[in-house]
Design a protein around this ligand. Structure first.
Ligand code: PNS
Length: 169
């Protein structure tokens, strides 16, 4: 059992390339479950992201600013080692559909094997967000579709600038 005399730290890890309203809903709800929620961006050398880690960090910091107990950080290497270093007891992940389940189960079981003391906690994505993914949002804007309501307004501005080379407002 986690020691409740110390504060409860949870990690919400991901690529966040870029953050969507689905992620934000998870962060909002996750912030009520922990004393400290750390949104941790993976520094992945193998992936070719649309936004640099620093750009993603800036966007995340802006959108989580209203939540006093939420902070943004980056990590590399094993997630469970990062969680242990932060003295986190929980890893928070969202499940949108059955298709997420297999990958999430595999990761949760592997992480448990690596560090049994760290528990992965799953939350169901809000029904209004269960179809949103960073990948689809990028594809839609590239093909001229409307992404308003799918990502925070600041992210929409950044996406339009990066993908369409256009400034809104
Ligand atoms: O948002 P994503 O891209 O689905 O997040 C995946 C993430 C960052 C949670 C996962 O790739 C991860 O934890 N990577 C760190 C490396 C690691 O710990 N690998 C073993 C996991 S079983």
């Amino acid at each position: 059992m986690p020691d409740r005399r110390t504060s409860l730290v949870a990690i919400y890890p991901g690529s966040f390339d870029p953050i969507t309203n689905g992620h934000l809903d998870m962060i909002e709800r996750g912030s009520h479950l922990a004393d400290r929620l750390i949104v941790a961006i993976l520094r992945n050398m193998n992936k070719q992201p649309l936004f640099s880690v620093e750009e993603r960090m800036d966007m995340l910091r802006e959108v989580v600013a209203p939540y006093a107990n939420v902070e943004v950080d980056t990590f590399h290497g094993l997630l469970v080692d990062y969680a242990a270093e932060k003295r986190a007891t929980y890893i928070l992940r969202g499940i949108r559909a059955i298709s997420d389940y297999e990958y999430e189960l595999q990761m949760a079981l592997m992480n448990r094997r690596l560090r049994p003391e760290i528990e992965t906690v799953f939350m169901m994505a809000g029904e209004a967000y269960s179809f949103i993914s960073s990948m689809l949002v990028k594809q839609i804007i590239q093909l001229g579709g409307n992404i308003s309501g799918l990502v925070p307004p600041t992210v929409e501005t950044h996406l339009k600038r990066r993908i369409l080379g256009q400034d809104i407002e």
